[in-house]
Design a protein around this ligand. Sequence first.
Ligand code: AMP
Length: 283
Amino acid sequence: MSVRWQSAGMLVGLVPTMGALHDGHRSLVRRAREECDRVVVSVFVNPAQFGPGEDLERYPRTLDEDLALLAAEGADAAFVPGVEDMYPAGAATSVHVAGPLSESLEGAVRPGHFDGVALIVSKLLVSARPNRAYFGHKDAQQCAVVRRLAADLDTGVEVVLCPTVRDGDGLALSSRNRYLSAEDRAEAVAIPAALAAAARAFAAGERRSSALISAAAGVLAGASRMCVDYVATVDPETFATVDTAAVGTKILVAARIGGTRLIDNLSFGIDSMPGARRATPQV
Ligand code: AMP
């Protein structure tokens, strides 16, 4: 389909998703609609990027609502493959982006996760053949992995990164937010509040990563139900950790609340502070 559109001179945009679509996904589809002549959205819960004991089985699957949302947003095609379509018997190829990009942080907590991401994104780029592919900054390390592989594999696809869409209190929208109990949801706000605390420290002139991380960790420490996997400051392209932050350095948080794992991040000096209204810890 893409080839036919492209031979008619059209630009094709691809938005890869795992479904359970929300306003974050919607923003990617809208951006693709603005910038491309045709928009394809894939909906596929990719088993290869889930580790043992993760939430593959209970991951929300809401295909009817997803297709209605995509129709309302004017997507031109939904690609909804089955697991056997993407991983037929005998498939033996893997895609590994080496180094801290896929082996640190999310890659360390979720071994093999980015191999699963790299494989499915490579397959989607080959099968959908878009001119552009749209991803959300919320999954910052995924963005960096995808940019690397799209360049390294000479795909010619332009990877477009889109801002994180948040609830009014700052919590980044995520398909996994629907797992949160009311108590968990209330505590989850500590994540954007922690990022905002670090951003305030950066804006006040602090550049030591240790101090920026402490500012964030101090807010997370007030959330008693939360178990923090990491708070880190990294170079946005290589994901190597940095000791001294600069404009564009990312601060990343990953934490679990009541069995739900949430991630979020912010680029110092670039992103606006999430949930500024709730940025001060309640005492
Ligand atoms: P997922 O369905 O969670 O795999 O996400 C599909 C795409 O939507 C990925 O590129 C995500 O980074 C992006 N995405 C997820 N949540 C948000 C959000 N709150 N704002 C913007 N993009 C998002």
